[in-house]
Design a protein around this ligand. Structure first.
Ligand SMILES: [Zn+2]
Length: 317
């Protein structure tokens, strides 16, 4: 994200905050105790402007910390604590889940299937690690915040593409041509979204181009997430809605997309803090809920992949 784009976003945020007024504000400066000592937290007016990206979060901002202090602040209470821990726990959990699956659930599977399953989970873990780093270390400086934000976007796109491609790979095992076709499209779509969203920022395009990127980011991410429905519709056509496969898989796909949809709505409309301004600065705001839904959705997808494998094992092509 460019400086100009960032400025536009945070100007909007500051404008909304000004309209909100100061009646919701707690004291201007506070100290948050933690395992490695206390840190200073401030309200949005005293916070570094690049950190003020949610106009409904009024307090709990860390001031510019060193990298070491930022790491330590993981154990303090501030308005990024929930964002950090929701994805830090997922970062630690996914590799353990992968080891459990490889040794206990699919030890008999072919090497290619184990690799495909592993890539999906490892991309998910990378995404959560990238998100954790962004929320934990972004308060260090504006340049580190921008760099980590781009890494976060890139990791989200990568993890989503891996989840989509692995679902197609496992779901269409009995249809190799379709498997190749839809996996290729998924790969090309993910790569294109990555290049369109990240490329101009890396190459430092003019601000007007970067404003356009800001505008199309959300629709493009939605498109990237929604693509997986296309091969699923084709899969439904191949097996039929009365097949036992459909009755097992369809509710899981529906649940996954419901998690994603709820997560996107909460994220986009900043629910519920827009209704409880200043009350959900530390816990219970939209970004934390979005993080949780972005863990539930992919975890459900991992289970669906295992079901696809079980189905082909029990009913060979
Ligand atoms: Zn986040």
């Amino acid at each position: 994200m460019s400086t100009r784009t960032t400025v536009t976003a945070r100007d909007n945020a500051v404008t909304i905050r000004t309209e909100i007024g100061s009646k919701h504000l707690k004291s201007n400066k506070q100290y948050s105790p933690g395992c490695f000592g206390k840190i200073e937290i401030v309200d949005h007016k005293s916070a570094p402007k690049w950190l003020v990206w949610n106009p409904y979060i009024l307090h709990g901002y860390r001031v510019q910390l060193s990298i070491q202090e930022s790491f330590k602040s993981i154990f303090n209470l501030h308005n990024e604590t929930g964002n950090i821990w929701t994805h830090l726990i997922a970062t630690l959990f996914i590799p353990l889940l992968l080891l459990f699956c490889l040794f206990e659930v699919i030890p008999e599977e072919s090497l290619i299937n184990q690799i495909a399953f592993s890539i999906n989970l490892l991309c998910g873990a990378l995404c959560y690690l990238s998100s954790t780093s962004y929320h934990a270390l972004g308060c260090h400086s504006e340049s580190s915040w921008e760099f980590l934000l781009q890494c976060d976007y890139a990791a989200i796109i990568l993890a989503n593409s891996a989840a989509t491609c692995s679902s197609i790979f496992f779901g269409l095992q009995c249809f190799p041509k379709l498997q190749f076709f839809y996996t290729s499209i998924g790969f090309i779509l993910g790569s294109s979204v990555l290049i369109i969203l990240i490329g101009p920022v890396v190459l430092n395009f003019k601000p007007k181009h970067l404003d356009l990127i800001e505008l199309i980011r959300f629709p493009l991410l939605i498109l990237d997430f929604a693509y997986g429905l296309v091969p699923f519709v084709h899969w439904t056509y191949l097996y039929g809605i009365n097949s036992p496969q459909f009755s097992v898989i369809a509710p899981r796909v529906f649940t996954t997309y419901t998690f994603m949809f709820i997560g996107f709505v909460i994220y986009y409309f900043k629910i519920p803090e827009r209704w409880f301004i200043g009350s959900l600065d530390i816990w219970g705001n939209s970004h934390q809920l979005w993080h949780i839904f972005m863990v539930l959705g992919p975890c459900y997808t991992y289970g669906t992949s295992l079901l696809f494998l079980k189905e082909v094992r029990e009913n060979p092509c």
